[in-house]
Design a protein around this ligand. Structure first.
Ligand code: SF4
Length: 324
């Protein structure tokens, strides 16, 4: 493992940082389809409709996005985005509308074919986030209920993308079934640097199957016991946390995706309102971070109670929570 693990953690606490007085909308995130070639146990999009947006709908969405933001980046997501037959047209249209960077969020399986990678890099693809949900084939393919060979396929995809100069972020959703493998996954990703330039650890949406399968959801405290030591190696891999409440992350807050993007907003349509549904409690009312933090999901509170590190004001029952 890299010797950068011994580096001191120099992140400042959120209490010593100031929130920006203004934000700007710099990019956009559009969901083009809900169809997927996997069926991840934590996927909040399972069963949503329509299977594919039509090209005219996609173009209209890109038009709205172009008017709403400064067009630094557009992200296309699904479902599995590479299954959309009109994705090449969407990329071309986004470029015509002036988006400087095009980013895909994909499970990576289809990018194991170099010709598919090349097709999109020729059109202007700049960066990709791929999913790797474990350090072993068994865990990754089990959580994704993916076709056999998918784990090897995603690593092949990373090689292909690196060869073509495309920046790769790896996204791993934390569950009770893969948490023990995350340190090993981080080692694997660190060894693949600079092919992989970021490892993102995402807390799942507490919805759908994850609610009924008790073994999938990990309490924040338990997750952070495993994840906190990883933060001693921030520069090796650009470690990031997503959808963890700021007050739970504590001194790791400056590694939070939401914290780092607090100066910016993105233009979203539909699916994001589900995946990124914000649920804040009365404890959050006085919190200076309530406009950026996603809060803590109701189902989490029902299962585990409010975390002990939750806002110190008010009661911690979570009984008076509200959606915003
Ligand atoms: S008190 Fe609420 S808004 Fe503030 S950091 Fe915690 S969960 Fe987020």
């Amino acid at each position: 493992m890299c010797n950068r693990l011994s580096m001191a953690n120099t992140w400042v606490s959120i209490a010593s940082s100031k929130l920006p007085s203004t934000t700007s909308c710099t990019g956009a995130w559009l969901v083009l389809n809900y169809v997927c070639n996997c069926s991840c146990v934590f996927c909040p999009a399972t069963g949503l409709q329509p299977p594919f947006k039509r090209l005219d709908e996609i173009r209209a969405g890109i038009d709205r996005a172009a008017s709403a933001c400064s067009r630094e980046q557009i992200e296309f997501s699904g479902g599995e985005i590479l299954l959309h037959p009109d994705l090449p047209d969407a990329v071309q249209y986004a470029k015509i509308k002036g988006f400087r960077r095009v980013h895909f969020f994909t499970n990576g399986i289809l990018f194991s074919d170099l010709r598919v990678c090349k097709r999109y890099t020729d059109l202007g693809l700049d960066s990709v986030m791929v999913s790797i949900h474990g350090a072993t084939e068994e865990t990754h393919e089990g959580l994704m209920r993916a076709p056999s060979g998918s784990y090897r396929a995603v690593w092949k995809a990373i090689d292909n993308l690196q060869m073509l100069g495309v920046g790769v972020t790896v996204n791993c959703v934390v569950t009770g079934l893969n948490i023990a493998e995350i340190p090993q996954l981080m080692e694997q990703c660190a060894m693949a640097y600079p092919s992989i330039n970021q490892l993102r650890i995402t807390y799942p949406a507490v919805e759908g199957e994850i609610v009924t399968r008790q073994e999938l959801l990990v309490p924040f405290e338990e997750a952070l016991e495993v994840l906190t030591p990883l933060s001693r190696c921030p520069e090796s891999l650009n470690l990031r946390f997503e959808l963890f409440p700021f007050c739970v992350l504590g001194s790791l807050t400056n590694l939070s995706v939401e914290w780092l993007s607090r100066h910016q907003t993105s233009y979203f349509e539909e699916f994001c309102s589900l995946r990124y549904r914000r649920v804040l409690g009365k404890e959050c009312v006085e919190c200076p971070h309530k406009t950026t933090c996603h809060g803590i999901q109701e189902e989490y509170i029902r299962r585990f109670g409010a975390p002990t590190c939750f806002c110190k004001n008010g009661d911690r029952t979570g009984s008076a929570r509200s959606h915003i």
